[in-house]
Design a protein around this ligand. Structure first.
Ligand code: GRF
Length: 211
């Protein structure tokens, strides 16, 4: 039987929920959450940033904000079949030693194993750049454009053992323009993501979301 979703405790300004943000790229979503937290007293704070490579641009954003920011690469020295689990074990050790209470996936491009998800289920959120359940997977914008749809958007969801299948917490729509390409669409959807994701994280950390 798959484990239940256990949501984070309700945070307070004096005892905020300790967040880890996991990234693979430039971290524009990470920046939007940092800005949200800097603007007002919050019931959550980012205390750890993890990337799946030292080359992830977002690590520098974390470091310049004084947040522990680590690039943890897949351990290529061990047999391929064991690598994913070994990588996740290293990640998990950092999460535990930083007393993380909620993991925010923000452009993290690896699929997490059911073993990892099971440990964090309900305390693991993701943002996906489409209106799920439509267009899951790593190429949402490309798939939206080739479908000819005039509407897309973004979805914040809890992560379960599937790919982009967990319970949906919030969605926001974005129009597809006739002259859009993957880049223009991605940039317009990101603008909306950068508002929606911090808002939903805030609701989750203040006990305003239930399943
Ligand atoms: C976002 O579009 C998110 O939906 C997707 O990756 C992008 C994040 O990129 N999964 P960034 O590194 O935060 O700029």
């Amino acid at each position: 039987m798959s484990p239940p979703f256990i949501l984070p405790r309700i945070g307070s300004i004096h005892d905020p929920i300790r967040l880890a943000v996991m990234i693979s790229g430039g971290g524009s979503g990470l920046s939007s959450l940092l800005k949200f937290q800097a603007k007002q007293p919050c019931c959550h704070k980012i205390v750890l940033i993890l990337a799946d490579s030292e080359g992830a641009g977002g690590l520098e954003k974390g470091r310049s904000s004084g947040i522990e920011s680590l690039g943890i690469s897949i351990p290529t020295e061990i047999p391929r079949i064991e690598r994913r689990l070994a990588h996740e074990e290293i990640i998990n050790r950092h999460l535990i030693s930083s007393n993380i209470e909620l993991i925010v996936l923000s452009g993290y491009m690896r699929i997490l194993t059911p073993t990892f998800v099971g440990k964090w289920k309900g305390r693991l959120v993701n943002i996906h750049p489409s209106l799920l359940p439509d267009f899951p997977g790593a190429h949402a914008h490309r798939d939206v454009l080739s479908s000819g749809s005039s509407l897309t958007g973004c979805t914040v969801h809890l992560v379960d053992e599937g790919v982009d299948t967990g319970p949906i917490l919030a969605q926001r729509e974005v129009s597809v323009m006739p002259d859009d390409d993957v880049n223009s669409l991605q940039e317009r959807v990101k603008l909306v993501e950068h508002v929606l994701y911090p808002e939903v994280i805030d609701l989750l950390c203040t006990g305003q979301i239930s399943l």
